[in-house]
Design a protein around this ligand. Structure first.
Ligand code: C5P
Length: 220
């Protein structure tokens, strides 16, 4: 039997990680885990509880009391928060803004690290995020750091977010703000792991990206 690998995909906002990871997992018959959805779910529960996002202790308390689970339904990952499917609710411009604050909270990250490492413990996973290769799965069989130009990323997000009415410029600014927050935070900042392979997909199709990564898995 071929070994079930753990594949870590990291990179900045809208760099194509989730689309690539999803397709890659499908092709390999692996589980796809979108760790960003978990931080988004925490941001949602804190916002819905009316708490101040900058109140770190309260945010941690709420995160500890919340149950966040990821389930595969008809091939798509759904995010559940205390039993409610919040997959759509976590993809709004308000959550895009709130999530950076949540993700910079060391205690919340500790909770997420435990959950995410447990999810990947059996292998056969493609996990995407910001700290997968550096913190969550430092021994992953394959680490990929995805990158794309800001123009390419903003255009892709504009397509995905058709119903939020943001302009290309607003999307570009939000991506830059989020990347800056993710790269400059003290706790597990976004960075390429020393042993991660760089995939600049500015001019690549999704299929080309997936094929490239599958090619890398064959060289292991
Ligand atoms: O991947 P996505 O853009 O949905 O992630 C939302 C946010 O969650 C990121 O901007 C980042 O602040 C945070 N995040 C993180 N570590 C991860 C995944 C996401 O800090 N492993």
């Amino acid at each position: 039997m071929t070994k079930k690998l753990t594949i870590a995909l990291d990179g900045p906002a809208a760099s194509g990680k989730s689309t690539t990871a999803k397709l890659l997992a499908k092709k390999l018959d692996y589980i796809y885990i979108d760790t960003g959805a978990m931080y988004r779910a925490v941001a949602l529960v804190v916002l819905e509880s009316g708490m101040d996002l900058t109140d770190s202790a309260q945010s941690v308390k709420i995160a500890e009391q919340s149950e966040i689970t990821l389930k595969l339904i008809e091939g798509n990952q759904h995010t559940f928060l205390n039993g409610e499917d919040v997959s759509d609710k976590i993809r709004t411009p308000q959550i895009d803004v709130a999530v950076s604050q949540i993700a910079s909270n060391a205690h919340i990250r500790k909770i997420m690290v435990k959950l995410q490492q447990a999810m990947a413990s059996e292998g056969g996973v493609v996990m995407d995020g910001r700290d997968i290769g550096t913190v969550i799965l430092p021994d992953a069989d394959l680490k990929v750091f995805m990158q794309a130009s800001i123009e390419a990323r903003a255009k892709r997000r504009l397509k995905d977010q058709a119903n939020h009415n943001l302009t290309l410029e607003e999307i570009r600014k939000d991506i830059e703000r989020r990347d800056h927050a993710d790269m400059s935070r003290k706790e597990s900042p976004l960075k390429q792991a020393a042993d991660a392979l760089l995939l600049d997909n500015s001019n690549m199709t999704i299929d080309q990206q997936v094929e490239k990564i599958i090619g890398w898995t064959k060289q292991l």
